[in-house]
Design a protein around this ligand. Structure first.
Ligand code: ASP
Ligand code: MG
Length: 412
């Protein structure tokens, strides 16, 4: 069971979390709990580090920002004990959860869990501080913002848990953002691959790394709400309560062509006009960008009628837009473009679904739907289970709504 920051935001909520834990213990389950820091706490700690010194030692940053989870794990253990439940808190180093030494965004390398398993088998609830680990230099590390999801999935894999329940402030994963499309519906099941696409595209329910990890280790992840009366939610037996199960594709019987639609505003478009169409041109554009650590996403190339020049359009993270333009300006002699253009008011809309692997015409439907609304497509990319289009951001809502209904996802 993993509880996010809003679920442990104050003592009342921690008491509610304890009741969720008690429900599972009473049902005879062995329970390990992973907690985040209280909502806002990590931001506050990060701010303190920056105020202390804009350029600070990453090891001390980790010592500071990991403290929020130390507090909530101890508090939850106390509350559980006061309810008569045997519980003990565990910090990253006590488990130990070993990571590499990339302070601030460390990767988990191994988890020792013999001791934890013995305690669980003896009926003790383990309350684990998320987000933190132990580096090779014997110092505390943190796993990157949102990292307690990854702590939870990694721990679930290590102790071979039946399932990893992620309790959060929403009751599952939706077909699209319900704030954009009120008719969005909660998905009962979504495959790891689909969730990876949706998570990386702005469906900010889970840290992307946690989904990758769940996929690699085949840990079923169940996203559910921590709010409301824990006893009214029913037990986590074969009949799942309200929520979304993230699982293997094989476990999804009714495969839709399209499972969800995501919109990502943090992209910017760059176009190079009339670059010579000869070997090495793409390298002259993308090598300097890669050297500047700029992550290029969509890439489209079109050739002029006489075949002598090409236009190259691609997207970069919005935060890297200005930097990308100056990198390309500096490389202009090498590339040989006539014009460098860009646009920041763009949005990437992605249509995701494992069903499209075996169905023709899914992309055509999207293009028709957008055309009917007079929406121009600036760039397109596809993968086996995803179609992405880049459009003007003014049309975000119109596009997402139209696509949502075209693919039959509207709640009726
Ligand atoms: N408290 C950490 C953060 O805010 C980790 C987490 O909540 O997942 O990033
Ligand atoms: Mg989170």
């Amino acid at each position: 069971m993993k509880f996010g920051g809003t679920s442990v935001a104050d003592l009342d909520r921690i008491r509610n979390v304890a009741r969720h834990v008690k429900r599972e213990v009473d049902a005879g389950n062995e329970v390990a709990v992973v907690v985040s820091a209280m909502a806002g706490k990590t931001n506050e700690l990060v701010r303190l580090c920056r105020e202390a010194a804009p350029l600070h030692d990453a090891r001390e940053y980790d010592a500071i920002v990991s403290s929020g989870e130390q507090v909530t794990s101890g508090l939850l253990a106390i509350v559980l004990q006061s309810m008569g439940i045997d519980a003990r808190s565990w910090l990253g180093w006590q488990i130990a959860l070993h990571t590499d030494e990339a302070h601030g965004s460390a990767r988990i390398q191994s988890i020792e869990c013999d001791m934890l398993r013995q305690r669980l088998a003896a009926g003790q609830v383990a309350v684990v501080a998320g987000f933190q680990g132990l580096g090779p230099n014997n110092r505390v590390t943190t796993l990157g913002r949102g990292g307690s999801d990854t702590s939870a999935v990694a721990l679930a894999a290590a102790i071979e848990a039946d399932r990893c329940d992620i309790y959060t402030d929403v009751d599952g994963v939706y077909t699209t953002d319900p704030r954009i499309v009120p008719k969005a519906t909660r998905l009962d099941r979504v495959s790891y691959e689909e969730m990876l696409e949706l998570a990386s595209l702005g469906a900010k329910v889970l840290q992307v790394r946690s989904v990758e990890l769940a996929m690699v280790h085949s840990v079923p992840v169940f996203v559910r709400s921590s709010f409301g009366d824990p006893d009214a939610q029913g037990l986590s037996g074969a009949n799942l309560p309200d929520g979304t199960l993230i699982c293997d594709e094989e476990e999804i019987v009714e495969k839709q062509n399209v499972t969800g639609i995501a919109a990502s505003k943090d992209e910017a478009q760059i176009s190079l006009r009339n670059v010579p169409d000869k070997p090495g041109v793409a390298a002259s554009v993308f090598v300097p960008l890669a050297e500047a650590h700029i992550n290029v996403d969509m890439i489209v190339q079109t050739i002029s009628a006489d075949g002598s020049t090409a236009d190259i359009t691609f997207t970069v993270p919005a935060t890297d837009y200005d930097r990308s333009l100056s990198v390309l300006e500096s490389a202009s002699a090498d590339i040989g473009f006539q014009l460098l253009e860009g646009a920041e008011d763009v949005v990437k809309i992605s249509i995701v679904g494992v069903g499209m692997r075996s169905h023709a015409g899914v992309a055509a439907e999207a293009f028709r739907a957008l055309a009917d609304k007079g929406i121009n497509i600036r760039a397109i990319t596809t993968s086996e289970i995803k179609i992405s289009v880049l459009i003007d951001s003014a049309y975000t809502e119109l596009a997402v709504r139209s696509l949502h209904s075209v693919y039959g996802l509207d709640d009726v």
